[in-house]
Design a protein around this ligand. Structure first.
Ligand SMILES: C[S@@+](CC[C@H](N)C(=O)[O-])C[C@H]1O[C@@H](n2cnc3c(N)ncnc32)[C@H](O)[C@@H]1O
Length: 317
């Protein structure tokens, strides 16, 4: 039985004390041991909001995720969010997750939320309407008093499908279907400050070329063909991890799917927690992240955990 109560769970070697303050003048000094030689990665199966309840406040430096779509994809689990929900139910369930994310995010922690719009058909119509999921989820986050909006990056999927589904009334006016192949990624920060030692800053430096590229509001990145139906390209979480975390930080993806965020965290020497409802994805995650590969120094520690519904505890089976 594993229960996570402190950040020490993720770390073993003390580098320095890290000071964190929140804006309401309550000073909290969180000292934690930063691990830079070995990284720890937890893959946890269970409902995201419930799993996050097992984590203490102020735990993660970054949440990067692409949540389930509303009404489009089947992720193969009866408790999945989105597939059989009304739009209102979908939004209510996601809001529960964001509440836990905001609580567990550290002061000055960042959120990168990738969500595209989708087409759907109203019951009494044959034509399609666009559900503005991007705006609705932005609004949910913007309503948290602890969060500040930093801007939106637009991911233009350069290899996205451009087939008949987008063609509307072609070749005639007047039913153009606006492409949904550009997906917004909304960035927020949690209020508060954080101090990081010069040594850790040096280890986390970004090149001038990348700094320029990342600042740009439009990112042209190819989509991916993956065993998981809705995986995002590794470049997406990798860029946000470089932009918003330092080596040894802890990254959260509450909808981890095929494990892309865990792989990016591992490659960039950050710790991670990835949660998904469907344990059937474990093999895909293992292959993508290279969990079973032994490295010379065994730099990465992986734990596979499951939420036990009746006790609310995390167990390793
Ligand atoms: C868009 S996919 C994420 C894909 C991921 N970014 C990747 O690169 O593979 C959304 C994921 O959310 C998961 N999901 C749906 N409902 C969930 C819930 N209640 N708790 C945790 N995960 C859930 C689905 O199983 C699916 O894998």
């Amino acid at each position: 039985m594993v229960s996570i109560t402190t950040r020490e769970d993720f770390v073993s070697i003390a580098d320095q004390e890290e000071k964190i303050s929140v804006q309401d003048m309550k000073k909290i000094n969180i000292t934690y041991k930063r691990k830079t030689e070995k990284t720890n990665h937890k893959i946890i199966f269970g409902d995201s909001a419930k799993v996050l309840k097992t984590f203490p406040d102020n735990t993660f430096q970054l949440m990067v995720t692409s949540p389930p779509y509303w009404n489009v994809r089947d992720y193969g689990h009866p408790s999945q969010i989105g597939l059989n929900d009304s739009l209102q139910e979908y939004l209510t369930k996601l809001k529960r997750v964001w509440k836990e994310v905001v609580r567990t995010l550290m002061p000055d922690g960042k959120i990168a939320l990738n969500i595209g719009n989708i087409y759907y058909t109203e019951p009494d119509e044959k034509r399609r309407t666009t559900a503005n999921l991007s705006y609705l989820l932005w609004k949910q986050l913007n309503d948290f008093k602890e969060l500040r909006f930093m801007g939106t990056i637009y991911w233009r999927k350069t290899t996205s499908r451009s087939g008949a589904v987008l063609f509307g009334s072609y070749p005639y006016p007047s039913n153009f279907m606006i492409s949904s192949a550009v997906e917004p990624i909304h960035i927020f920060r949690k209020i508060g400050k954080r101090e990081v030692s010069q040594d850790i800053k040096e280890k986390s430096k970004i090149s001038l070329k990348e700094f320029r590229e990342f600042r740009d509001a439009i990112w042209d990145i190819n989509g991916v063909n993956d065993k998981h139906a809705a995986a995002y390209p590794i470049d997406l979480p990798a860029r946000f991890i470089k932009m918003f975390t330092f080596v040894g930080d802890l990254v959260l993806d509450p909808f981890v799917g095929s494990g892309t965020t865990i792989k990016a965290s591992k490659d960039l020497n950050r710790n991670s927690v990835g949660i998904d409802i469907n344990p059937g994805f474990l093999k895909i995650i293992e292959d993508k992240v290279g969990i079973k590969q032994k490295t010379l120094k065994n730099e990465h520690i992986f734990e596979i955990l499951h939420l036990e519904e009746n006790t609310g505890k995390l167990i390793s089976k």
